[in-house]
Ligand binder design. Structure first.
Ligand code: SF4
Ligand code: SF4
Length: 415
């Protein structure tokens, strides 16, 4: 790929065959540059000046009847169309020789997102086809459609073959893939590493699944995404159907909104999302929502001591001892963080939300998780941590834990 070159919609732009990296527009390449994502990984951005009309890459072929198509052909087609939802089983079938459970979810991932619910309402007659496509593509042993129980009336009319339908309260965090996998799938894995995969369960959002159907039936790449746009503390929600690759600045124009001075743009939810520091950032196939946060909504954390009130433990949906985990992670005592199951944290944010001391628990635990999984950061020893003049030396819970347990505890496995 070179600057100045023309690309077609659906063309695979991946370098060295590492794909999929599919163009969702037709136009001329204006810039190719690397940037660091919020997860500190390096990404490649290609800026394309678009033409008015799409010219489609002819290598994408339409598949009219999924039931007559081999699963491996469907997997290749889904991958070629630009979906990353099934990447782990497609990239390395030895690691994922079979899928125990598939969940197609009409649940939303954040209290301020209604994208999947809207797709369910608008495309009820196609939900069965989406289930059929994914069940055949993944060859999952068990297939479930998760529907928010406020849409139960619509769900009764849906024909989904052998899949089971489960009604789930539309309350955060019940729609998160990890919670769905734990409750209706094949359980949590000790080290969930890829979004949407927990243990041997695949969770695919309904909006994404329907885009797969349209893409394969039309012989086109995955082109569009429903994104929920919301503003302020009590602002309403609006869904926009936009082309994948659309910059956040265009979404703001469509909504006739600009962030106030001191406000923020939050992508992918107020609970698990992240602040977006450039409005050039594009909508991707996994973008669920954009929230324009007003300065008054800002939630400030403090470096204060834990009071052992226990509220974080009660709120944690994966039953971690967050009060202790937060402290060990704060001081970089990662062997103890690991023993307390830091890698099972799903970063739902509920612990920090309820913490009266406003401790940045998710940040502490996320840092510990990254350090454990990457092996890059040297853990701080207990003795070194105890030299700190902050609350650590006087914390009875840390001392007791250190003296009373030799932490042979194996990492906390969940069902
Ligand atoms: S963010 Fe907090 S509440 Fe959520 S899973 Fe992690 S420790 Fe538990
Ligand atoms: S909610 Fe906050 S103050 Fe209470 S136990 Fe948890 S970390 Fe400590």
């Amino acid at each position: 790929m070179q600057i100045g070159k023309r690309v077609e919609t659906g063309q695979d732009l991946a370098r060295d065959g590492k794909g999929p990296f599919v163009s969702t527009v037709t136009g001329r390449v204006e810039d190719i540059s690397e940037f660091q994502g919020v997860d500190a990984r390096e990404y490649l951005a290609i800026t394309i000046i678009t033409e008015q009309r799409d010219s489609f890459d002819p290598s994408l072929e339409a598949i009219e009847d999924f039931s007559e198509t081999k699963p491996e052909t469907l997997r290749a087609a889904v991958n070629r169309a630009g979906s990353t939802a099934l990447s782990p089983i497609i990239r390395d079938p030895r690691v994922w020789p079979r899928v125990d459970a598939l969940i197609i979810s009409a649940m939303d991932l954040d209290p301020r997102s209604v994208a999947n619910q809207q797709s369910f309402r608008d495309n009820t007659s196609e939900v069965g086809t989406a289930v059929e496509l994914l069940a055949r593509t993944t060859e999952a042993l068990k297939c479930t459609l998760a529907v928010p129980d406020n849409l139960a009336g619509i769900a009764t009319g849906v024909s989904i073959g052998a899949a089971a339908v489960v009604m789930v309260p539309p309350v955060y965090p019940y729609g998160l893939p990890e919670i769905l996998a734990k409750k209706y799938g094949a359980g949590l894995l000790l080290h969930p590493r890829d979004t949407g995969f927990s243990g041997n369960t695949i969770v695919v959002g309904l909006d994404h699944a329907l885009s797969m159907v349209h893409s394969l039936q039309g012989g086109k790449p995955m082109l569009e995404k429903t994104v929920t746009f919301s503003t302020g503390e009590n602002g309403g929600f609006r869904n926009f159907r936009v082309r994948i690759g659309t910059p956040v600045s265009e979404l703001l124009k469509m909504a006739s909104t600009e962030p106030a001075a001191g406000g923020k743009l939050i992508l992918n939810g107020t609970m698990r999302g992240y602040a977006c520091f450039s409005d050039k950032q594009p909508v991707t196939a996994t973008t669920e929502s954009l929230h324009v946060q007003s300065p008054s909504e800002g939630f400030s954390f403090q470096d204060t001591q834990c009071t052992n009130c226990g509220k974080c433990n009660q709120a944690c949906p994966v039953d971690l001892e967050v009060n202790l985990l937060g402290r060990f992670s704060e001081y970089g005592i990662y062997d103890k963080s690991r023993a307390l199951g830091a890698e099972n944290c799903i970063q739902c944010g509920l612990c920090a939300y309820v913490c009266p001391a406003r401790r940045p628990l998710v940040q502490y635990i996320t840092r510990a998780k990254q350090a454990i999984q990457s092996g890059l950061e040297e853990p701080v020893g207990m003795a070194e941590a105890m030299e700190c003049d902050a609350c650590g030396p006087s914390c009875p819970a840390i001392r007791l834990f250190d003296m009373g347990s030799d932490t042979e505890d194996s990492p906390k496995e969940k069902e």
